[in-house]
Every structure is written in structure tokens, then in C-alpha cells.
Write a protein that binds this ligand. Structure first.
Ligand code: FES
Length: 167
């Protein structure tokens, strides 16, 4: 800000008295444009940084569970991409797993795995989701659950990305 103030002060010294009004207008426009330029240039790195943060958050790798610690038909809760985003991993067969953000797409109640029915269930308003792809089977949820991409390494399971369903 000091540089901007100094710049504006210098501009005001250049104003001649006989054309004061005209120069004042010019000075105002020049200083406004300069200020806009300075603000744009100074905010560009912040915009880039925030975009990178979003990208990083969605591409981060988070350990969920070891394969041996989740049996077929069981589920494990975790958080992804950060501690505000509850998620659920379901082992649907010996070699198949599915993971979703577990906030219901209706009013964000926590969805849970109902082994007996084989569905992801929201108890708040009887919303049901298909464990295969997160799509809505019944109830008021307007769209599928966001799907979490998994990675397997050394018999451990990691969350490595999230895909939001389109409307
Ligand atoms: S919050 Fe899940 S069905 Fe309403």
C-alpha cells in the first residue's frame, strides 16, 4: 500500500495549477487504472494459489484401511478430501470396493451401508442409493453420491480423487 500512496503522491505533484481541473481528472483516471493494475497483479498469485489448493484437495491421497481389516460386506467410514467430508468405503466382493462421500445429496444426513438390503441408506427421509455406482434408487435425493476413486498399494486402500455426479 505504501508504494501505491507514494505513486499517487507523485502524480499529484505533476498537476499544474492552470490546468488543475483537467489534470485532476487525468490524475484520477491514471491513478485509478494504476490501482486496478496493482490490485490485479497482486491478487493473481492468490487466485492461482486457491485454485491449486482445490486441485490438491481433490487429488490428495488419503489412507483408508488395510485390505485385511475390511471383510466382504463390511463398510468403513473415513474422511475425504478433508476432515469435513465424511465418506464410506464398502467391500462389495473379494476384489471389489466402492467409496462415496456419505453426505446424502438431499439434506446432507449421513448415509450408511445396509448390508442386509445391499443399499446405501439415508435414514432421514428414506433415501436409497445403489452401492454399485452411487445412483439414487428411491426417495428424495436429487442426484447420485459423489464417488471416491480408490488406489491399492501394498494391500492398503487409499482415496485418491472424487467425482461429483452431474444433475
Ligand atoms: S437427507 Fe437423505 S433423504 Fe433427506
Amino acid at each position: 500500500m505504501k508504494k501505491i500512496e507514494e505513486f499517487l503522491r507523485r502524480l499529484s505533484f505533476n498537476i499544474k495549477r492552470d490546468k488543475e481541473l483537467e489534470l485532476n481528472r487525468r490524475g484520477f483516471i491514471a491513478s485509478s487504472l494504476s490501482l486496478m493494475g496493482v490490485l490485479f497483479v497482486s491478487s493473481t498469485p492468490l487466485i492461482a494459489l486457491s485454485k491449486n489448493r482445490v486441485k490438491e484437495a481433490h487429488e490428495s491421497e488419503v489412507f483408508i484401511v488395510k485390505e485385511k481389516d475390511i471383510d466382504v460386506g463390511q463398510s468403513v467410514s473415513f474422511y475425504y478430501p478433508d476432515e469435513n467430508d465424511s465418506a464410506i468405503l464398502v467391500r462389495i466382493s473379494e476384489k471389489e470396493y466402492r467409496a462415496y462421500n456419505s453426505k446424502c445429496t438431499h439434506l446432507m444426513c449421513p448415509v450408511y451401508w445396509e448390508k442386509d438390503t445391499g443399499k446405501l441408506t439415508c435414514p432421514c427421509h428414506n433415501g436409497f442409493f445403489n452401492v454399485e455406482d452411487g445412483s439414487v434408487l428411491a426417495g428424495p435425493p436429487p442426484r447420485a453420491l459423489p464417488s471416491i476413486k480408490l488406489k491399492f498399494k501394498n494391500k492398503k486402500i487409499y482415496a485418491v480423487g472424487i467425482t461429483h455426479a452431474q444433475h
